[in-house]
Ligand binder design. Sequence first.
Ligand SMILES: [Zn+2]
Length: 324
Amino acid sequence: MKRITRREWMVKTGVAALGTGIVAPAQSAALQPTRSESPPRRVLRFAHLTDIHVQPERGAEAGMAAALRHAQSHPDPPAFILQGGDAIMDGLGVSLDRLRKQWACWHRVYAAECRLPVEHVLGNHDIFGWDRQKSKASGTEPEYGKRHALEQLGLDRSYRSFDRAGWHFVVLDSVHHDPSGVYTARLDDEQFEWLAADLAATDPSVPVIICSHIPIIAACAYFDGENEKTGNWVVPGRWIHIDARRIKDLFVRHPNVKIAVSGHIHLTDRVDYAGVTYLCNGAVSGNWWKGAYDQTPAGYALIDLYEGGGFARQYVDIGWQPVT
Ligand SMILES: [Zn+2]
């Protein structure tokens, strides 16, 4: 593991340009303190480790261990880990035997290295057998679909919400079964109604953070694959939420929704749209354990949340060198 210096960290994350180690927390006008008040207080730091994609090959177990050690060894450590989904390389199009091998890798590293509490998000590649051609799954296996992944991650349902440090966390399940194309990134009506009710039941003075595996809105999705090769931009409904419009419109009705974090694309970006900041937070596995993907190295995000709705995100390069 390569420990990065604070200076490297600042340069890599672009923070140096501001001349401080901390990005000024973004705030809505209604929540900004008056001049006589002291600056907002940081109430929580957590690490967002997404797209770990552990597998027996390419040193992925060592890479996962390095990322967990890195995240847990900061002098100012995170309080918990948000595991952003795609814990294993792939379950959609593999045999049961291959699926079990990957989860065995996961549990080995997780048990040995993870000391912090973890909140899990379900990713598309955690799901078993939906690519029926490749997996040869019949669909009647007890492991089929989301069930086995939820068991492996210790979850009793694929979406939920909870409160922490004065913030409301909403964990979404982005992955909708689409038998013709394996999956689509969207919430079904039941989950959307749940989300609407959950936000309606949240005190409007409590800031909200949305956690999804697949981005609701992202700019980096343009550069994932060759989406312009036809002469038009074509970003598939598996790359970003195809129902982004109704989710975005729902957020507009709840100005306390401040940020939405995601993974899936393995790239980092920040999109500010209609009052919400959407942060796509790279991948622990980088380019699926082959080094950096475009300009995003293997890494994770450190996220600071502030009283009153401010936040800061730093993407941390774990210095992973690919194993051949
Ligand atoms: Zn994914």
